[in-house]
Design a protein around this ligand. Structure first.
Ligand code: GLN
Length: 477
């Protein structure tokens, strides 16, 4: 059965089968669409009604699959990333009927390779959350245990891949939203360095922290996606001119033993779940036994990363979300209302409590009396965190850490306690604050069969290092 086969295949393997004409692009697209339709995990907000027609067109040139691994591969896209003529709701009431007038650069590039967008995935509203429970379209369920969260905010994208509803997905990561759900769902997710990938066409949450990134079943798949997505874009002034390496080739040809690995002691406190700690320590031992050079290192300012994030992020959120005033975007089409009622409706009906909390916090942090004490101070500490990483990366190539302090938690467990929810990102936010890159890959399972992830961090624009070590770990279990 095709469906059963697809649950086992990654992008590279599907490509091989497409080349051998084992099945067509139309057949796999149909199979994924059916699986989405039958799934109760709530990973998708909408599907692309044109997908089958696009698949048929791609089948006309199937010879292309020989030169191009991504040709004919279906792609799931987080619903804060725009795809022309498809809805982009950001999982918010505010944008529930918004149709994207253009396509994000990253999606455009992947479409040029021959990928086809199969649907838009559920997420936390405007990417604010760590469990995918803050979505106007309901929570996403974890396929490994449906009483648990998928992680967030890119929970729908992580579940799409983990449950084989799509072989590849795009997420966005402002404080951990690709790496954390990837870890909770047992897939591979990459947060690229700030500037590696264009953000044009992504609904902004916190512009100095946001990055779009790939999610898939293997490190090699992620390397192919990154290569196609990366590089300068004249529509995003923060995208870098740096040349894009041939990541898939590099990871297969380089010797990861050349890389010095650092283990930052601040990431191994007693608050980590003992099963996660044990799995990571075993990986470190495994690397030592395989002649890797491992060093203990220190990032003394790391403990401030979460506090800095929860000052700078809401400040930027309050500014970015000011555009949703009900006139340009939002619920403006409320006709037949008196002016006062119209204001009340368009200004209050769209956002959930979590989004409002962040806008209010951000407005407060940026207000005249508090700007110096909060915003400016947080910027200073951001510099210290960046310098910490810079110092450490003069000594080691890659940092190895946990992704999350716990495995996927129960639905509802942290919903009434935002501070507990914010702690889910304690190990991931540092990379966003410093602008460096990070990879999350599955390394083990708990005794309850929940995935455990490992995080590899490298300096800005050194994605090939984490991908190459990740590739080694994935192929040498
Ligand atoms: N969970 C974090 C938050 O709630 C990170 C979100 C993200 O990376 N988009 O802000």
């Amino acid at each position: 059965m095709l469906r059963e086969e697809l649950t086992k295949l990654n992008i590279v393997e599907i490509n091989r089968a497409l080349q051998n004409k084992q099945f067509s692009v139309k057949e796999i697209t149909e199979s994924y669409l059916q699986a989405i339709d039958h799934s109760n995990l709530n990973a998708f907000i909408s599907v692309n009604k044109q997908a089958l027609k696009m698949a048929e067109e791609l089948d006309q040139n199937i010879g292309e699959a020989k030169n191009n691994v991504l040709y004919g591969i279906p792609l799931a896209v987080k619903d804060i990333i725009l795809v022309k003529d498809l809805k982009a709701t950001a999982a918010s009431q505010m944008l529930k009927n918004y149709i994207a007038p253009y396509t994000a650069t990253v999606v455009e590039r992947l479409e040029k390779e021959g990928m086809l967008v199969i649907g838009k995935t559920n997420c936390d509203e405007f990417a604010m959350g760590a469990s995918n429970e803050h979505s106007a379209f309901g929570p996403v369920l974890n396929p490994h245990d449906q009483t648990r969260v998928s992680g967030g905010s890119s929970g729908g994208s992580a579940v799409a891949v983990a449950a084989s509803l799509a072989p590849a997905a795009l997420g966005s990561d402002t404080g951990g939203s690709i790496r954390q759900p990837a870890a909770f769902c047992g897939i591979v997710g990459l947060k690229p360095s700030y500037g590696r990938i264009s953000r044009f066409g992504s609904i902004a949450m916190a512009s100095s922290l946001d990055q779009i990134g790939p999610m898939a079943k293997s490190v090699e798949d992620v390397a192919y996606l990154l290569k196609a997505m990366a590089g300068v874009d004249k529509k995003d002034a923060t995208s870098s001119h740096k040349a894009v390496p041939n990541y898939p080739k590099l990871i297969k040809e380089s010797d990861p033993r050349q890389l010095v690995i650092g283990v930052p002691k601040e990431y191994f406190s007693d608050q980590i779940d003992p099963e996660i700690k044990k799995a990571i320590e075993e990986k470190i031992k495994f690397l030592e036994n395989n002649d890797f050079q491992i060093k203990e290192v220190s990032l003394p300012s790391a403990k401030y990363a979460l506090a800095v994030y929860y000052l700078l992020m809401p400040a930027e959120v309050s500014s970015n979300l000011a555009r949703f005033d009900g006139l340009l975007y939002g619920l403006a089409d409320q006709e037949n209302l008196a002016l006062d009622d119209w204001y009340k409706t368009v200004r209050s009906g769209g956002f959930s409590a979590e989004v409002k909390r962040r806008i209010m916090l951000g407005t407060y942090i940026l207000s005249a009396g508090y700007y110096d004490a909060y915003y400016k101070q947080a910027q200073k500490v951001r510099t210290l965190i960046k310098e910490d990483f810079k110092k450490v990366f003069a000594d080691v190539d890659v940092l190895l850490t946990p992704v999350t302090p716990t495995p996927a938690f129960k639905l509802g467990e942290k919903l009434d306690d935002p501070l507990q929810m914010y702690l889910a990102d304690i190990f991931t936010v540092g990379a966003n604050v410093a602008g460096i890159c990070g990879l999350s890959l599955p390394i083990a399972k708990t005794k309850n069969n929940l995935p455990i992830g490992l995080q590899l961090l490298a300096n800005s624009f050194e994605e090939e290092k984490i991908l190459s070590l990740g590739y080694f770990l994935e192929n040498n279990q």
